[in-house]
Ligand binder design. Sequence first.
Ligand code: GLU
Length: 549
Amino acid sequence: MSREDLANLIFPNITKTIADLEECYAPRNLKEGAMVTRYAPSPTGFMHIGNFLAVVIDYVMAKNSQGIFYLRNEDTDQAREVDGAIEYIRHVLENYHMEPDEYEYLDSQETKGNYGPYIQSERKEIYQTFIKHLLIEGKAYPCFLTQEEMDSIRKSQARDKRRIGIYGRFAKYRDLPVEEAIQKIQAGEKYTIRLKSSGDFNRKFKFNDLANGELEFPENDLDIPIMKSSNGLPTYHFAHLVDDHLMRTTHVVRGQEWISSIPIHYELFKTFGFKMPKYVHIPLILKKDGEKVRKISKRYDPEAKMSYYEEKGYPYQAVIEAIMTIANSNYEAWREGHPDADFTEFNFSPKKMSSSGALFDLDKLDNISKNYISHLTKEEVYEGVLAWSQTYDKEFYEILKKYPEYSMQIYNIEREQKKPRKDYVYYSEIKEKTWYMYDEYFKDSTYDFFEYPEEEVRFMLKTYYQEYYQESDSEEEWFNQIKKMCDQLGYASNMKEYKENPTKYKGSIVDVTNIIRIALTTLSMTPNLYDIMKILGPERVMNRFQKFL
Ligand code: GLU
């Protein structure tokens, strides 16, 4: 009996060859230098900010080079799969306007691209074609080690301080005669398929990582599993080889935790004689914690999850900007010179990534975001807060929908000017900062006048709205009216005079405007009172004075 018999016994239905597949997924017809990148998440949970950094880099590299960015669902670990994980990733990609050029979405049955299926569990036959080839070549073999045997090998290796894994004399089934292997399979024994490694741990090879430079590794000599016994699907390593080869990926952007797998991937590509893609292993995301800098933690840091940014209502462009500043140290300088350019026009250089870790600073994001929102039009702010509230604050959403023009006037306070006011960091803050403008919220609020005696306050407000408040004044006239009232009521209308001789007055114009402000908004700090009153309009102003009195 031959290796071919063994291969046919294991994969009776696999009739295609690797050459057939390569023909079917021919090299892409792209312009010279175009990069093909992919985001290849395992649907095992929420999306981490580190994943997002990878996506942004994938996207900018592909778009900047007029290449392709595709999404591949790596769902071979079906025990760990979490419902809705891929749908959430899709949602994030759409929200950030980084839709992949090729993808496959099971929920909506949508697919695009000629290199699919883009879901690993649908590619079983493709992987098995490659595995069958290795079996025939004698470069892979069925391994009948049971879980108990493997546990005991691992224990003894740990005890003897040896390298962990199946190699050398631990690879018990590596040289099992074909006949015996066939017998065992026919008798129904369980097996995985392992690579028959030809590497030598004592030999080293050099490997160039685009972000980390030249690295040196010992060759892989482990007979790593390439197909699991449970579902006939490949392990991550093998799927990486097959998929990135057939999908014609040119650049693999992935987390630094994969660097230690390079010897395995190097051997796999070499075994088939395939050209390896280029690799960009991206740094861990760090955060400042007091004086210390540490790895951002999904357990303790809410900002480690992408859902955080959506809940807060950061404009997506601000989050991308903040991520780009940690992706490449020269991004900020580029942005200063290209304030209106799309971020994909930036020529990302993996070399300019920090290999020791990327420090992500929320204060910095806040600054970027504040600045970004301050430069939007009032319409854009309104659209942004409306979209945010639709998911996160239904009540506010209804109010916003009822008063679009009015809301835009509020957001326009000190906006259309050279240095616009920087009021809002994210959309969830807008209600906190403008609620008093809406009667729906204002009606249940209480006032705090601090040190001002109640009778005095009442008298002043009455005097103001009966004698001095007029609608449609210019700011100057409006201010003159208040000054006149100050003179009448014994408050200094001129601050300099007041400071020189405070005892001569009951107070100053600052106290007067403060009292008016509190009566109309309940707050002692707001944007320009004249603007507020103008937007509230005479009817609301009068109602509020009356409500107060
Ligand atoms: N599915 C792997 C992960 O989520 C992908 C790593 C890669 O990009 O190759 O970690």
